[in-house]
Design a protein around this ligand. Structure first.
Ligand SMILES: Cc1cc2nc3c(=O)[nH]c(=O)nc-3n(C[C@H](O)[C@H](O)[C@H](O)COP(=O)(O)OP(=O)(O)OC[C@H]3O[C@@H](n4cnc5c(N)ncnc54)[C@H](O)[C@@H]3O)c2cc1C
Length: 360
């Protein structure tokens, strides 16, 4: 909301957001950080609400308020000795892009299976070093993106021509966007341009889904996700890929009764080796390596008459390896290693890859 006349020690704008159970509202309001923090009480909160909504006699029921500051900080070391940090403790940023909770859960998802593998004697303690290597770059990326998105809101104020204005002058500047005049036309064009930057806040699928890990817990084959022409922007576009380090791509697979997501074929409590009908010998290889290393590992064969079939032939387009190849998926659903086709000795190749990732 931009409300002329409501510039009470702040930036003259605020955020009004409906929250669960969808009959309550959250209002976020700025204050001048060069001044001491305001003493919040019911009276001040009521004033802010009335000013921002432009309804001077509104009687809101206030359930709570707190002071909160925008941060731009990320940690570069996420571990010290036995202590590992996750969540907002290692990436502090404004809510723009809605990245906070998701990234915090992802941190834990990345870390928990590694701790379990080390405690169960399946992996060397060095596996834990991959936590910082994989998640610290994500922390930097999301803090940078969220703060950029927050700053880009100022493009909107510039486009409206309201910077430094208050009251009637501000109202007139906002109203000018309706004018059938060269100034009105220029303002409308400026608004379209400013709105376009918000695409990087509301549709930044590359930032939301495109985490690509580089660490000793990934056996790189030198490849990285390759965006198709026109989708090179890494912030905006998520590029599905099976390059080691990428997240297992989604596709619908299943049988004539039920549909399953690829992601559900690789559950969190084990390692999964994904292959096709021509790669069936990988099943014995997976069993042998699971026994040899004492690690939960199972193969899933995708194809007609097998565990699941490629219902819409989407998986064949996404897997990037031949039908006899295999993808080794970690418990957190990131690809640890891949083989482009069935080698002479699949057990040895798989064992070598697993040992590399586990530090054994
Ligand atoms: C206004 C706003 C809007 C947001 N919108 C979104 C959104 O749309 N989408 C999204 O994904 N994220 C959003 N977020 C971010 C999201 O809320 C956070 O990223 C997420 O809650 C972080 O989780 P966390 O567990 O790391 O930290 P927290 O949720 O902060 O949990 C830390 C807990 O530790 C407790 N604690 C602190 N110190 C101690 C201590 N010494 N001893 C014991 N306990 C302690 C705290 O009380 C707290 O309960 C928003 C945040 C804000 C402020």
């Amino acid at each position: 909301m931009i409300q002329p006349g409501s510039n009470v020690g702040g930036i003259g704008t605020g955020l009004v957001r409906m929250v669960r159970p969808w009959d309550e509202w959250l209002i976020v309001w700025g204050y001048d950080i060069n001044q001491p923090p305001p003493d919040l009480d019911d009276e001040m909160a009521t004033g802010i609400i009335r000013d921002l909504l432009g309804v001077p006699d509104l009687e809101p029921e206030i359930t709570g308020y707190s002071l909160w500051g925008v941060n731009e900080m990320y940690a570069t070391d996420l571990q010290k000795g036995r202590v590992f940090c996750v969540g907002d403790a290692i990436h502090r940023h404004p809510p723009s892009n809605g990245l906070g909770s998701n990234t915090s859960v992802q941190d834990s998802y990345n870390l928990a299976w590694k701790i379990a593998a080390v405690l169960r004697g399946q992996a060397a303690p060095s596996l834990l070093d991959s936590y910082t290597a994989e998640r610290a770059p994500v922390a930097e990326q999301i803090v940078t993106r969220a703060n950029k998105s927050a700053r880009e809101f100022s493009d909107m104020f510039t486009a409206l021509g309201v910077v430094g204005l208050e009251g009637d002058e501000m109202a007139a500047a906002i109203a000018e966007r309706k004018a059938d005049s060269p100034a009105g036309e220029a303002k409308r064009a400026a608004l379209v341009k400013a709105m376009n930057t918000k695409n990087y806040e509301f549709n930044a699928h590359g930032v939301e889904l495109g985490q690509f890990y580089r660490s000793a817990a990934i056996v790189s084959d030198g490849t990285e996700p390759q965006p198709p022409a026109g989708r090179e922007d890494r912030d905006l576009y998520y590029v599905p890929s099976t390059s080691p380090g990428a997240h297992l791509p989604h596709a619908w697979v299943g049988d004539n009764v039920s549909r399953k997501a690829m992601l559900d074929l690789a559950p969190y409590d084990r390692w999964t080796l994904v292959t096709g009908v021509a790669g069936s010998p990988w099943t014995q290889a997976a069993d042998a390596v699971a026994r040899e290393l004492g690690v939960p590992l199972e193969a899933v064969v995708i194809g007609p008459g097998r565990d699941v079939t490629d219902l819409y032939y989407d998986w064949a387009k996404l897997r990037e390896v031949s039908e006899s190849g295999a993808l080794l998926v970690r418990p957190d659903k990131h690809i640890a290693w891949r083989s482009n086709q069935l080698p002479d000795d699949p057990t040895r190749e798989l064992s070598t890859a697993m040992r590399t990732v586990l530090g054994r």
